[in-house]
Design a binder for this molecule. Structure first.
Ligand code: NAD
Length: 275
């Protein structure tokens, strides 16, 4: 069975639209990029479309050297009209992404990538959590009660695997979490134990039906291009024995909605209009 991510994203969008109306001004999101590849351009176009629909101003700024990018961030950090800033990925090799991330003010860090916002997760405070991790957790929570369940996460990146692990362990969610990565032995033995799987490895068909329990929930975060088609990390056949998020139109769709929700959240806080 496919999990209906469209209705999750729709309800986030409705909430965002209402809150934008309450603000009395258009919140502004700025994406910073450097020599964007075609997939980044596609991603930015879909952000622009969603922002427009929700009444959020959206702009893309480009820089080709560290100096240029640092200047862009500094200008945006001090611009009262800008409420959200995010860096596109991947950035060219010569660009030090961590150094740039350190300069983004945590209150405008709508992607939740700064050490401040990632550190907040350890304290069980989801001030501005990483959007993709939040999307995966939200979809899982909307599908099942996760308290005490065995959740296996495949991937340990800062973008997905690690924040997902911390968020699932949070008191109140109380999942039992196992994190696997490229050096994990006997992956199928571990995945077969799982009530739920969150897969974020960037490897098409990494998870096949033999690796999944009957009736499990499988959240496919992967976005890969194979023969000009977008595919996830999970073999679509898994849908026959488990609940599975579609790719495209699954985690990615909810992630975009949450990015916009973070922009409104930031605008509410920065303008003192958060109740
Ligand atoms: P990454 O390359 O930073 O991390 C991949 C992780 O997977 C690593 O920790 C690695 O150890 C693990 N891994 C790789 N091969 C493995 C294997 N064979 N067995 C077990 N573990 C393995 O990638 P990322 O940034 O975390 O992204 C992962 C995937 O999610 C990509 O396909 C990316 O495009 C996608 N993604 C989707 C969204 C979204 O909104 N849906 C957002 C971000 C990333």
């Amino acid at each position: 069975m496919l999990i209906d991510c469209k209705s999750i994203s729709k309800s986030i969008d409705e909430d965002v639209r209402r809150r934008v109306g309450n603000l009395g001004f258009s919140p502004k999101l700025v994406a910073i990029t450097s020599k964007p590849d075609p997939s980044t351009v596609t991603y930015l176009n879909s952000q622009a479309k969603k922002a427009k629909k929700l009444g959020i101003e959206f702009e893309v700024m480009e820089g080709s050297t560290m100096d240029e990018l640092l200047k862009v961030i500094s200008t945006l950090a001090n611009d009262e009209k800008v409420h959200g800033i995010f860096l596109t990925h991947p950035l060219p090799e010569e660009i030090d992404e961590f150094e740039l991330t350190l300069r983004i003010p945590p209150e405008k860090d709508v992607e939740g990538r700064t050490p401040y916002n990632l550190g907040m997760l350890i304290y069980e405070r989801e001030y501005l959590p990483p959007c993709t991790a939040e999307a995966a957790v939200k979809i899982l929570e909307s599908t099942t009660e996760i308290k005490g369940k065995d959740v296996v996460v495949i991937g340990r990146s800062i973008t997905v695997g690690r924040p997902v692990e911390i968020m699932l362990l949070k008191k109140g969610r109380d999942a039992t979490v196992t994190v696997c990565h490229s050096k994990t032995r006997d992956l199928p033995v571990i995945t077969k134990r799982a009530d739920a799987l969150i897969v974020a490895a960037g490897r098409p068909k990494l998870v096949n039906p033999d690796m999944v329990n009957e009736g499990a929930i499988v959240i496919d975060v992967g976005i890969n291009v194979v023969d000009d088609q977008i595919v996830g990390d999970v073999d679509p056949e898994v849908e026959k024995k488990a609940s599975l998020t579609p790719v495209p139109g699954g985690v990615g769709r909810v992630t975009t909605s949450l990015l916009m929700e973070h922009v409104v959240r930031a605008a509410e806080r920065l303008s003192g209009k958060n109740g």
